[in-house]
Design a protein around this ligand. Structure first.
Ligand SMILES: Nc1ncnc2c1ncn2[C@@H]1O[C@H](COP(=O)(O)OP(=O)(O)OP(=O)(O)O)[C@@H](O)[C@H]1O
Ligand SMILES: [Mg+2]
Length: 567
C-alpha cells in the first residue's frame, strides 16, 4: 500500500502515460491489488485490476466451492454483492474522462459462468475496471490515492468482507435445487418445467425484470408434475412439457409468446426473485426464427427446400441475403448440426410459408420448393429425437402432428389436447402431406482456413461492440436474431474465441464445425473462460459463457466464411 502511495505521489501532475509505472502488485491490509493493464489516457478503455482476498480474511466454506455448480453460484452472488457495493459507494474520486470509475462485470437476471469473480481453494479474485484519475491529461495522484486507499477498500468492506454466510448459502442451495430439477427432467423426459407461481412476463420490452402484479403461472391439472427438491418444505409443482411435439395455442395477446420466451430463457438459470427461478428448459433447446438478409454458408437445406429458381444448389446452399423461408430452414439445420435436441418456434417470428401450406395453396401453387415444417416436424422427432415447442395460433393444421396442445387463455394455460383431437377428426384438413418418410440428411460442415479474416489494416481486431455485434477485421457479425444470446459478456467471449482460434490456427486442423465446438467447450471446461483472453494469468476481461449454439450462430453468420460440406 505504501509502495503504491509513494509512486502515486511521485507521478502526481505528470503526463497520464506515467501511470504505466503503477503496473504490478501491491499488498494491502487484507488483500492484494494487481494492476494488470493501465489505460493510455483518461478517455480510453479503463484500466484493469484484480483484487485477491486470501481465505484468512474471508473464509469460504468448502461446500460453497467443492462442486462446479456451487462454486459458480458462489462466484455469482459475490459479483452481485460487489456490484451493489459499487452502486452505493459514496467515496468517489473526480477528474476528466473516466476518472474515478470503478466497475465490475455485473451479472443480469441469469446466473452465468463468468470471469468477474473466481473462488479458488485459497483465495477469492475480483476483477475490476477502474478509471485512473486525471485533470485534463495530467495525473491526479491525490484522487488516485483516494480511489485505491479509500474507495476500493470501502467497496470490498461492503461486499466480500461483509456478505453474510446466509446469502452465499441461499445461492448455493438454489444451485442444488436447479440440479435436482434438471435430474428430475432427465429421468422423466421433460424438455421444459414451469413451476406453479412463476412470473413469466417482464416489466417491459426492454427490461428483463419481472412484471409487477402479473398473473402467476398455474399448470393445467393434466400436465402437473411434482418435483422433490432440497431446501424446501413442500415439493415443487408445475407444468412439465414432455419430449415430442407441443403446440401452444390461444387468442392474440393471451400470453403465448410470453410463455415461449420464458421457456427459451430456461436454458439458463435465474436468480431468486426473477420469477423464472424455477423455469427450466432442456439445455440444448434452441430458438429458431426467420432472419431474412442473413449470410448462409454451404448449408444442406434439402430437408426443407429443393428446386429453387435458377437451379440454386440447396445441398450446399450459400447466400449473402437469405429469404424468410431459406433463413429459417438454415437456422433449423444449423441448430441440428450443433446438437440441438429441442427447437422452439414462435409464429410471430417465423416465415409463414416455411411453417404451413394449406390445401388451397397446394392446389394453386404447384412449383413450391418448400416442404413446410409441418411435414417434417414428426420425422425430426422420430428419427433424430428432436422435440419441438411451437407457438401457433394461426393454423389448426398442426393439430395433426402435435402430441399435446396447451391453450393460453387470459395468461393461464389449459390442456387442449383432447379437444384438438376431436376437432381434427370432425374437420379434416384434407391437405396433401408433402412429407417424405424421412427427415433427410443433416450434413456436417467444415469451416476452412481463411474464414476468420481478423485483420483490419495491419492490426488484428476482433471486438464485441454490443450484445448483438462483433467487429471482426473489416466485417461485422450481426447477432440480433440470435435470441438466446443474453449477456454482452457472452458476446465478448465469442469475440475472444474467434481471435484465439485464428491466432492458434484451429481452422487448419480440418475438423468439422461440431468437433470445433467440442474443442472450444473442452477448453472452457478444462482451462476456464479466461484461457481465451489474450494474456494468461492477468485480468481476463469481462467474459461470460455462451452455449455452443450461440458460438455456432456467430460462426455461421460470418460473411467471410469459407465452408465446405463434409458429407
Ligand atoms: N401472466 C401474465 N400476467 C400479466 N400480463 C401478462 C402475462 N403474460 C403475458 N402478459 C402480457 O400480455 C401481453 C401479451 O402477451 P404475449 O405477447 O405473450 O401474447 P401472444 O399470445 O403471444 O399474442 P400474439 O398472438 O398477438 O402474438 C404482453 O404485454 C405481456 O407482457
Ligand atoms: Mg405472440
Amino acid at each position: 500500500m505504501n509502495k503504491l502511495q509513494n509512486i502515486l505521489r511521485q507521478i502526481d501532475g505528470k503526463s497520464y502515460k506515467a501511470y504505466k509505472s503503477i503496473q504490478g502488485s501491491y499488498s494491502f491490509h487484507r488483500f492484494e491489488v494487481i494492476i494488470d493493464y493501465v489505460q493510455g489516457d483518461p478517455f480510453a478503455a479503463p484500466s484493469k485490476i484484480r483484487i485477491v482476498i486470501p481465505n484468512a480474511y474471508r473464509k469460504m466454506n468448502r461446500e460453497w466451492k467443492d462442486k462446479f455448480h456451487r462454486k459458480l453460484y458462489t462466484e455469482d452472488v459475490i459479483a452481485r454483492s460487489v456490484a451493489k457495493a459499487i452502486a452505493t459507494n459514496v467515496v468517489t474520486s473526480k477528474g476528466s474522462g473516466k476518472s474515478g470509475l470503478i466497475a465490475i462485470d455485473a451479472p443480469g437476471q441469469e446466473i452465468l459462468e463468468r470471469t468477474a469473480v473466481s473462488v479458488d481453494p485459497n483465495h477469492v479474485t475480483i476483477c475490476l475496471s477502474i478509471g485512473l484519475p486525471a485533470n485534463g491529461r495530467r495525473i491526479n495522484g491525490k484522487e488516485a490515492e483516494k480511489l485505491f486507499i479509500e474507495a476500493i477498500p470501502a467497496i470490498l468492506e461492503n461486499s466480500i468482507f461483509t456478505i453474510t454466510d446466509e446469502t452465499i448459502i441461499e445461492a448455493v442451495q438454489l444451485a442444488e435445487q436447479h440440479q435436482a430439477i434438471r435430474a428430475h427432467m432427465k429421468e422423466n423426459n421433460l424438455v421444459a418445467f414451469i413451476a406453479d407461481g412463476s412470473i413469466l412476463p417482464r416489466q417491459s420490452g426492454i427490461s428483463n425484470r419481472p412484471m409487477h402484479d402479473a398473473i402467476p403461472f398455474q399448470s393445467p391439472e393434466e400436465n402437473r408434475v411434482t418435483v422433490n427438491i432440497p431446501h424446501r418444505d413442500e415439493p415443487l409443482t408445475g407444468m412439465g412439457i414432455k419430449q415430442g411435439i407441443t403446440l401452444i395455442v390461444g387468442g392474440g395477446y393471451h400470453g403465448k409468446s410470453t410463455l415461449l420466451n420464458a421457456i427459451e430463457r430456461g436454458v439458463y438459470h435465474h436468480i431468486h426473485g426473477d420469477g423464472r427461478e424455477y423455469v427450466l428448459t432442456d439445455p440444448n433447446a434452441v430458438k429458431v426464427r426467420a432472419e431474412d438478409g442473413r449470410q448462409v454458408s454451404a448449408v444442406n437445406i434439402t430437408s426443407f427446400i429443393n428446386d429453387l429458381p435458377h437451379k440454386q444448389d440447396t445441398e450446399c446452399f450459400s447466400t449473402t441475403n437469405a429469404s424468410g423461408s431459406t433463413s429459417q430452414a438454415a437456422n433449423v439445420v444449423e441448430s441440428l448440426e450443433a446438437g440441438a435436441t429441442t427447437l422452439l418456434i414462435d409464429e410471430d417470428t417465423s416465415a409463414t410459408n416455411f411453417m404451413i401450406r394449406d390445401r388451397r395453396m397446394q392446389q394453386l401453387v404447384e412449383k413450391e420448393p418448400i416442404t413446410p415444417f409441418i411435414d417434417k416436424v414428426a420425422q425430426m422427432n422420430h428419427q433424430l429425437g428432436v422435440s419441438t415447442i411451437l407457438v401457433m395460433g394461426g393454423s389448426g393444421d398442426y393439430f395433426d402432428v402435435a402430441d399435446q396442445v396447451i391453450m393460453m387463455d387470459q395468461y393461464l394455460p389449459y390442456n387442449a389436447t383432447e379437444k384438438a383431437k376431436e376437432i381434427l377428426s370432425k374437420y379434416p384438413t384434407n391437405r396433401e402431406s408433402d412429407q417424405d418418410e424421412t427427415f433427410g440428411h443433416v450434413s456436417a460442415r467444415q469451416f476452412l482456413d481463411g474464414s476468420l479474416q481478423t485483420n483490419r489494416g495491419k492490426k488484428e481486431k476482433v471486438q464485441a461492440k454490443s450484445l448483438t455485434t462483433i467487429l471482426m477485421g473489416r466485417t461485422e457479425i450481426y447477432l440480433a436474431y440470435v435470441e438466446q444470446l443474453v449477456d454482452p459478456s457472452q458476446t465478448r467471449l465469442i469475440a475472444e474465441v474467434i481471435r484465439h482460434m485464428d491466432k492458434k490456427n484451429w481452422l487448419k486442423e480440418n475438423i468439422s464445425l461440431s468437433d470445433l465446438l467440442d474443442k472450444i467447450e473442452t477448453q472452457i471446461n478444462k482451462q476456464g473462460l479466461g484461457s481465451f483472453a489474450p494474456f494468461a494469468d492477468q485480468h481476463p476481461g469481462d467474459l461470460a459463457r455462451p452455449r455452443r449454439f450461440e458460438i455456432a450462430a456467430a460462426l455461421n453468420r460470418i460473411r467471410t466464411a469459407k465452408v465446405k460440406v463434409l458429407n
